[in-house]
Design a protein around this ligand. Structure first.
Ligand code: GTP
Ligand code: MG
Length: 326
């Protein structure tokens, strides 16, 4: 039997079978020994044997992981020469769309974090969508101005807003929500999937470092009005402080900055694009007004952070007492 992994909890994997309707029971499975050390994550398509009835107490076994169409990864730190930098986490498998959730206030938006998510999305070949929440508390102008040169799709969310535009962007796809704790990921999931019943936190609790959601869960979207076929899945994830990029090569880092790519065409071979490289074409590109200097600064901060030159936790995390990562 083929299964789709929708939740992982202490060695137990919750799976749905293909063609099973929203009311069909889910199948609980454990890993079979023959999988070795390969990890199974939410979004994986797996081969199941044993009791796949979904009856209470039934336990199936995962014997195979299907080839993944995408793998969203992050590392604990940027510098691959440190133990933390080598600690790689697979966030989800097989996502088509990365929904980068950022509040416009409370906690305030951080473009450094969004830039990191964009790098991760392009690197994993997952389409990004910027989702700006709490639009009732602050306007989106500053964030949108920063991304003006990118063809980055975005949606604005306020508590009473219609979700039709978002629903049509989610339809038929597997979308994963990422963002800091408290930006409203679970609140949004509960609005999109009313029976989801995801716990939501209070921002005052988040300020003390509490993360309300603790594991990733995939939820089936309700069928969209006037649209046939697979309604798609939305994956809620726990808030992250950092989105380390140690696993992304220096070349791929630039793919997160499509507005800068053309500016490197006149660079010397193997140009590191760092500020100390006098022949780097990016300085002239920005000086000529072809890209925003803040974007170049952000790109170079990431380059430096990956090289271990600066502390990625330099930017203060809203309200966190532990050091946060950019
Ligand atoms: N004013 C306002 N508050 C919102 C909005 N969306 C969410 N909130 C509030 O923000 C708080 C945090 O929301 P959650 O949905 O728990 O945030 P989360 O991103 O899931 O947080 P973690 O699970 O910790 O990662 C809750 O008190 C929500 O009521 C919004 O559009 N406007
Ligand atoms: Mg949550």
């Amino acid at each position: 039997m083929e299964g789709f992994v929708i939740a992982v909890d202490r060695g137990r994997y919750t799976c749905v079978l293909p063609g099973a309707g929203p009311d069909a029971p889910t199948v609980t499975a454990m890993r079979a020994r023959e999988l070795g050390r390969k990890s199974v994550v939410v979004g994986d398509r797996v081969g199941l044997v044993g009791d796949t009835s979904g009856a209470p107490g039934a336990l199936a076994r995962i014997v195979r992981i299907a080839e993944r169409s995408s793998v969203l990864r992050r590392t604990a730190e940027d510098d691959a020469t440190t133990a933390e930098g080598r600690l790689e986490r697979v966030v989800v498998a097989n996502a088509d769309q990365l929904v980068i959730v950022s509040a416009l206030a409370d906690p305030p938006p951080r473009t450094g974090f969004i830039d990191r998510c964009l790098v991760a999305a392009y690197d994993a070949d997952i389409e990004p969508l910027l989702c700006l929440t709490k639009a009732d508390l602050a306007g989106p102008e500053a964030v949108l101005d920063y991304y003006a040169e990118l063809e980055l799709p975005y949606v604005l969310i306020r508590p009473e807003s219609e979700l039709d535009a978002l629903r049509s962007l989610l339809a038929g796809r597997v979308s994963v929500l990422v963002g800091h704790s408290g930006v409203g990921k679970s609140t949004l999931v509960n609005r999109l999937v009313p029976e989801a019943d995801r716990a939501v936190g209070t921002v005052s609790a988040i300020g003390r470092g509490r993360h309300t959601s603790t594991s990733a869960v995939a939820l089936r979207l309700p069928p969209a009005v006037g649209r046939d076929g697979d309604p798609g899945w939305i994956i809620d994830t726990p808030g992250v402080r950092s989105f380390g990029l140690a696993h992304v090569s220096a070349d791929s880092l630039l793919h997160g900055f499509p507005d800068l790519v053309e500016g490197t065409l006149d660079c010397p071979a193997n140009c590191p694009h760092t500020p100390d490289e006098p022949a780097c074409g990016l300085d002239a590109w920005v000086a000529a007004g072809k890209a925003d200097p803040r974007r170049l600064a952000s790109y170079r901060r990431l380059l430096a952070s990956r090289a271990g030159e600066s502390d990625p936790r330099g930017e203060p995390e809203p309200g966190g007492e532990r050091p946060g990562h950019g």
